[in-house]
Design a protein around this ligand. Structure first.
Ligand SMILES: [Zn+2]
Length: 598
């Protein structure tokens, strides 16, 4: 039975390039999970986009004497380029600066307002006399009033993880120029989280048995300890989505409030441009649909508490404002498998110091699958991990090349050479042959189960373990010698090994889509494993925006199943799937760190 699965991926903020920590934190795990479900024949859509609004983009535009639109589009286009090169196969990667997103966000706001989950409050906000602008929370830094950490951001403390009230920061300073801001009076809309608290707690309790501990700690745990309090959801800023209320000109919806709405608006945009404008409802209203949110640990409260609060509070009134009729309530997150952080050579990744491995830069020197492999093998699923260049080279050479790439390459080359470019016809399979096939084919259960639970590291380890079994089988059967004495026996061995590799190719495909496809072609298949990524330019009354899309393969047949390799199938002359790297690469790469400007 096929399921509807929404894969919601953290929206990268459009004011910096993407590094390996961002990739392993949310985008890559989302893609692996999505590819698995596509192979398994489920109805999955993976959506995200560039988070285009907010003060960081406006500030950067001022600094570059440019416009916010130009700033966001510059990064947006580079995100799309990276995702295409790395095979992050979004059904739709769009932007928050679209007419559709404005409309959906304003509908959520108005639904919350009608349902009386919003209230207004006059309050004091940090204002920079030096810059003549209100400073949003994240542009004020100071000492955390909860834990005493000296460099807390106004909206959140990176040391204790608490969401903060920026006005209470001790020794505040402007992050833009270091000047001291002053508090001035303004008026804002607040989301009444206190009123929503009992419903949110009930919701979180239904997730208690399976959410990751860090996610529960920063949602249910924190609410039970401290309770929930109203939170301002508008800002004094003109770069963003206007507050849809008379007399509120010059103010915007808070960038965090509207960016999470992107998971909904992107699904709607995907449905519209796919020519099935109602299709998004199969993921958002269908109570059996499952939604998975792939995010980094710094975004947990916004996804596990505030976003559910917005969805619960808007309820069926969302549709009333969006399309003029009441409807079902919107689906709440089923799982939020948030990752921890990846550090780099023992230190925290820092874009401003260029202590980072940048996605696009990496791909000018290396292939995408080795990066995907290393980022999965080293994914920070339960604790912080470290990118170490020596470890990258070692795993590439000892695992990807030695265990998997060589296995595939030597069997295929041997078959191609000795059986005239065809899959040999086996005799009756022997106990060892049956044993290998049974072991590898059990992987469709064991690897699949880990993938469904979003245990991606252990899923990859399991696939690699099965490849090791393939190597053991070959070492024992030694077809290279067998063929000299008994070509028929060698044919049986090579057929068995090819069939095992054919299955392993599918088991590795969610992690290593490029080389799995290559192998698929070498083995003589014409239908691709996956569909194609492509870009498109959309136009609306806010201007043009590029989107990244996915075209599924012509046959929608589920491919997550054991190989049915036919004897006699024509092979394509193979070449090695991976390159062995010289160990000196690690030192060369280390000298680059911290060198070039961002
Ligand atoms: Zn703190």
């Amino acid at each position: 039975m096929s399921a509807n699965i929404l894969v919601a991926v953290a929206w990268p903020y459009a004011n910096a390039q993407i590094h390996v920590g961002n990739l392993t934190g949310s985008t890559l795990p989302a893609d692996i999970f999505t590819r698995y479900h596509r192979l398994a024949g489920n109805q999955v859509i993976m959506v995200s986009g560039s988070d285009s609004h907010g003060t960081p983009v406006a500030v950067r535009a001022d600094a570059e004497q440019s416009t916010p639109i130009q700033v966001y589009q510059k990064y947006h286009v580079s995100f799309i380029e990276l995702y295409q090169k790395l095979g992050l196969a979004f059904d739709l990667f769009t932007s928050t600066h679209t007419q559709n997103h404005f409309k959906v966000s304003q509908a959520i706001f108005l639904a919350l307002k009608q349902n009386k989950y919003l209230y207004t409050q006059r309050e004091k906000q940090w204002f920079s006399p030096a810059q003549n602008r209100y400073l949003p929370d994240r542009y004020v830094e100071g000492t955390c009033y909860i834990c005493g950490f000296k460099n807390a951001r106004g909206d959140q403390c990176d040391s204790c993880g608490n969401m903060l009230d920026a006005n209470l920061l001790i020794d505040p300073r402007s992050k833009i120029d270091g000047s001291t801001p002053e508090l001035r009076e303004t008026e804002h809309f607040y989301l009444d989280l206190g009123l929503l608290e009992p419903t949110i707690v009930d919701f979180l309790k239904t997730r208690e048995s399976y959410w990751r501990p860090n996610v529960l700690r920063q949602s249910l745990g924190q609410i039970l300890a401290d309770g929930l309090h109203g939170r301002a959801i508008t800002r004094d800023l003109d770069w963003g989505i206007p507050v849809p209320v008379e007399g509120w000109q010059g103010k915007c919806l808070y960038v965090w409030f509207e960016a999470v709405i992107g998971y909904l608006s992107a699904a709607i945009e995907w449905a519209q441009i796919s020519g099935q404008p109602e299709a998004w409802k199969d993921w958002w209203f269908n109570p059996d649909a499952l939604s998975y949110y792939f995010i980094g640990k710094d975004n947990i409260p916004f996804h596990a508490v505030i976003w559910p609060a917005q969805l619960i509070g808007a309820g069926g009134a969302f549709s009333q404002f969006f399309e003029g009729r009441q409807s079902s309530t919107l689906n709440l997150p089923f799982d939020i498998p948030a990752n921890e952080f990846m550090n780099l050579e023992g230190e925290k990744i820092s874009g401003s110091r260029n202590w980072a491995v940048w996605g696009l830069d990496f791909l000018t020197r290396y292939d995408p699958d080795p990066l995907r492999y290393y980022l999965t093998a080293n994914m920070p699923e339960s604790k912080d991990t470290d990118w170490d260049w020596g470890d990258f080279v070692r795993r590439n050479n000892d695992e990807l090349v030695a265990t998997w790439g060589n296995l595939a390459n030597r069997v295929l080359s041997f078959a191609y050479r000795n059986w005239d470019g065809h899959v040999p016809t086996p005799g009756e399979l022997r106990p060892d042959d049956h044993a290998l096939l049974a072991t590898v084919e059990a992987g469709f259960q064991s690897v699949g189960k880990e993938l469904e639970a979003v245990h991606l590291r252990s899923a990859l380890n399991e696939a690699l373990r099965l490849a090791t079994e393939g190597n053991k089988y070959l070492d024992k059967a030694a077809p290279w010698f067998e063929i000299k004495k008994d070509k028929a026996a060698a044919a049986t061995t090579i057929y068995t090994a090819l069939r095992a590799i054919d299955s392993l190719k599918v088991l590795f495909a969610p992690f290593l889509p490029f080389t799995s496809q290559l192998l698929h072609t070498y083995m003589g298949y014409s239908q691709p494993l996956f569909g194609e990524q492509y870009t498109e330019t959309r136009q609306d009354n806010l201007g043009k925006h590029s989107v990244l899309r996915y075209r599924p393969p012509a046959t929608g047949k589920a491919q997550w199943q054991p190989s049915q390799l036919a004897a006699g199938q024509a092979l394509v002359e193979p070449a090695p799937l991976y390159r062995k790297l010289d160990p000196s690469v690690a030192e060369v790469e280390r000298t680059r760190l911290g060198q070039r400007p961002d």
